[in-house]
Design a protein around this ligand. Structure first.
Ligand SMILES: Nc1ncnc2c1ncn2[C@@H]1O[C@H](COP(=O)(O)OP(=O)(O)OP(=O)(O)O)[C@@H](O)[C@H]1O
Length: 257
C-alpha cells in the first residue's frame, strides 16, 4: 500500500519535488547527529552536500532512503511521506539508486551477474531482459568488455562504475551517491566523475555527498554545506564556493580548497 501524497505548501501547478526534507532530526542515543535539516531536491537537479567529517552527511543520505530511521521530521520522496508507516518502503527504495563509497559488489558473482541479480529478484525481469539491460548499462559506463570479470579483478574505479551501472539497471528515478570517489586512487576518480557528469547531463536527479569541489562547482545545481548536524549555508555552487557567507563555511573551504 502506498501512503497518500501529503500536502506541504507548494505553488499551484508546481511539480512535486523529488526529495523534500523538513525538520529532520536523528539521534544515536544522546548524540543528536541531525539537528533539524531542511532542504529540497527538484526533479532533474544535482544537489551536492559537503561538510567536515562527522557533520552528518552520510546519515542524512541514509535517512533519505530509510536505511536509517529518522528520529523526527518529514522526508517526502516524489511527494510520498516515507516516514508514514503505510508507505511501501520497498517501492520507494526501488525508485532510488544508491552508490556507496565502498562499492558493495558481490565478490563471488561476475560483473554481469552483479547487474542481473537485483533485476531478476526485485524487478522480476526475465533473464534475457535483465541481461540486455545489464549490457546496455555496462556500455554506458564504458565496461562492456568486463561483463565476465569478477570484482576483484577490476580497479576500484571500474568497480565503482559497475556499482553505478547496477543501480542504473534498476531504472531509478533518482540516484544518491555517498562519497563515491573517496575510496579511489586519485587517477581513477576522473572516470567515475565523468560517468556521473554524463548522468547529470541526461537529467538524472542526483544527491551527491562529496569532497570533490570541482565536480560540485561544475556539475552541481545546488550546494549544501553541513556542519554539526545542521545546514549552515546553501546556494549555487559557484556562489558558496567562491563567496561563502558563513564563517564556518569559510573555515571549512579554506582547509579543503
Ligand atoms: N550507527 C551509528 N551509531 C552511532 N553513531 C553513529 C552511527 N552512524 C554515524 N554515527 C555518528 O554520527 C556522526 C555523523 O556521522 P556521518 O557518517 O553521518 O558523518 P559524515 O559527515 O558523513 O562524515 P564522513 O565525511 O567522515 O563520512 C558521527 O559522529 C558518527 O560517529
Amino acid at each position: 500500500m502506498t501512503a497518500e501524497q501529503t500536502s506541504l505548501p507548494r505553488e499551484p501547478g508546481a511539480p512535486v519535488p523529488a526529495i523534500q526534507v523538513r525538520g529532520l532530526h536523528k539521534h544515536y542515543g544522546r548524540h543528536e547527529v541531525l539537528q533539524g535539516i531542511d532542504f529540497q531536491v527538484d526533479a532533474g537537479q544535482v544537489v551536492c552536500v559537503i561538510g567536515p567529517s562527522g557533520s552528518g552527511k552520510s546519515t542524512l543520505l541514509r535517512c533519505v532512503n530509510r536505511l536509517e530511521e529518522p528520529t523526527s521530521g518529514e522526508i517526502l520522496i516524489e511527494g510520498i511521506d516515507i516516514c508514514d508507516r503505510r508507505t511501501d518502503l520497498d517501492d520507494i527504495r526501488s525508485r532510488i539508486g544508491m552508490v556507496f563509497q565502498q562499492f558493495n559488489l558481490f565478490p563471488h558473482l561476475s560483473v554481469l551477474k552483479n547487474l542481473t541479480l537485483a533485476q531478476r529478484n526485485v524487478r522480476r525481469r526475465s533473464k534475457d531482459e535483465a541481461v540486455e539491460i545489464a549490457r546496455q548499462t555496462l556500455a554506458k559506463v564504458g565496461l562492456s568488455d568486463k561483463e565476465s570479470a569478477y570484482p576483484a579483478h577490476l580497479s576500484g574505479g571500474q568497480q565503482q562504475r559497475v556499482a553505478i551501472a547496477r543501480a542504473l539497471s534498476m531504472n531509478p528515478d533518482m540516484m544518491l551517491f555517498d562519497e563515491p570517489t573517496s575510496a579511489l586512487d586519485p587517477e581513477l576518480v576522473g572516470d567515475v566523475l565523468a560517468v556521473m557528469k554524463e548522468l547529470a547531463q541526461e537529467g538524472m536527479t542526483m544527491m551527491v555527498v562529496t569532497h570533490e569541489m570541482g565536480f560540485a562547482r561544475e556539475v552541481g545545481d545546488h550546494l549544501v554545506f553541513m556542519d554539526g548536524g545542521v545546514v549552515v549555508e546553501e546556494g549555487r555552487p559557484a556562489d558558496v564556493l567562491s563567496h561563502p557567507q558563513h564563517e564556518r563555511t569559510q573555515s571549512f573551504l579554506s582547509k579543503v580548497l
